[in-house]
Design a protein around this ligand. Structure first.
Ligand code: SF4
Ligand code: SF4
Length: 367
């Protein structure tokens, strides 16, 4: 089967060869979780490569340390080879798979088209719905543009679909890599701790990753923290808004010092900083570490997160302005487009990585 414009068999076989060479060499033993996990194996099946690829976070340290890296004929390039495998896994375990295939090529272009289509539908719908749209005086009230129930139904239906697709993708991936060991609660807790603390992004001895170039830096970890906790904070803000509306009978707009606003503002600023930083690091990263054929979807996801957070902040600032109707429709379109692409690109890697960490914490305790 051919995926993303290159030969699946060839890329798995070259990754397997590299892993066999690493197991003889063992120079990078303490660099990250990948090498102790490799050393648990004498031979490698494709599912082992899927597991190892999702343990790797492409810091590049093993590439710069490797005497067998290109131009050596052994061509050991773990970050790039595993990056190709990870990108293939986004489509291989996607649910439903046909949507994954839509994003398979030209992920960035497809995302832009998706956003434009959603915005056009919203725009036409509200143009026909409100005679004064889009320049009426809405007094900062979003629900005069998009009725509350319409918002709840639209995002509720898409949210349930995304939740199921993410869950199904995770189950497919995890049951593919994990056949033998019985899962324990301690392995799950440790995996969550490792994932939430971004433990392995600290690099060797926690003194920084060799990313974007061959110099140690903590920037990638810092920007990941901004992105991760910014996203969580926005999620908390949205949940609190729903709680206020349903259970406290308090309606938006909320005061600046209210909890939904504080979480939303912090989350939006944090996401903007994190995604912009990651975007720049990705742009300037050493080309030898990247899987160039898969960059589209990576850029699309980071860019979408950035646009969601930026448009949310702009909407908050210009809420009382005449352009508010445009801003709310644009912001909602970006959020909906982001939701739809979540199970088919970079976002799902967070789930696969969690699955790989659970397996790692199970395996590593065995003699
Ligand atoms: S990446 Fe290179 S140096 Fe590191 S263990 Fe593998 S073969 Fe050895
Ligand atoms: S690129 Fe970094 S995370 Fe990936 S295997 Fe090499 S050292 Fe480990």
């Amino acid at each position: 089967m051919k995926q993303i414009g290159f030969d699946e068999k060839e890329i798995y076989e070259s990754a397997k060869n590299s892993c066999v060479i690493c197991n003889s060499c063992r120079y990078c033993e303490g660099f990250c979780a990948v090498f102790p996990a490799m050393e648990k194996r004498r031979s490698f099946e494709w599912k082992d490569i899927d597991y190892l690829a999702n343990l790797c976070h492409q810091c590049g340290e093993c590439f710069y340390a490797c005497q067998y890296a290109p131009p050596h004929e052994f061509n050991v390039n773990i970050p790039s080879q595993f990056s190709d495998i990870r990108a293939m896994s986004y489509q291989k375990f996607a649910y439903p798979r046909w949507i994954g295939k839509v994003f398979e090529k030209n992920g960035f272009f497809v995302s832009i088209v998706l956003l434009a289509c959603i915005f056009a539908v919203f725009f036409m719908a509200f143009l026909s719905h409100r005679a004064d749209f889009p320049l009426g005086d809405y007094e900062g009230d979003f629900y005069r543009i998009v009725p509350y129930h319409l918002m709840v139904w639209t995002f509720g239906i898409v949210g349930v679909f995304v939740f199921c697709a993410l869950g199904a993708g995770f189950v497919r991936f995890f049951s593919h890599i994990q056949k033998k060991e019985e899962i324990t609660s301690s392995s799950i807790c440790q995996a969550f701790f490792d994932a939430f603390s971004l433990k392995y992004l600290g690099g060797h001895n926690n003194d920084g990753c060799t990313y974007p170039k061959d110099e140690r830096s903590s920037l990638r970890k810092i920007f990941h923290h901004f992105t991760f906790y910014g996203f969580l904070s926005c999620f908390v803000a949205t949940s609190l808004g729903a709680f206020y509306e349903h259970f406290l009978n308090l309606h938006a707009p909320y005061a600046f010092l209210s909890l939904p606003k504080l979480f939303g503002t912090f989350g939006g600023i944090s996401l903007c900083i994190g995604t912009l930083g990651l975007f720049i690091l990705k742009l300037i990263a050493d080309a030898r570490l990247k899987s160039l054929k898969t960059m589209g979807m990576d850029y699309a996801f980071i860019f979408s997160l950035f646009i969601v957070s930026l448009s949310g902040l702009i909407l908050m600032i210009f809420r009382e302005s005449q352009g508010m109707a445009f801003l709310i429709l644009f912001h909602l379109s970006t959020v909906l487009a982001l939701f739809i692409m979540m199970p088919y690109g970079k976002f799902i890697h967070g789930f696969y990585r969690l699955g790989a960490l659970i397996k790692y914490n199970l395996e590593i305790k065995k003699p």
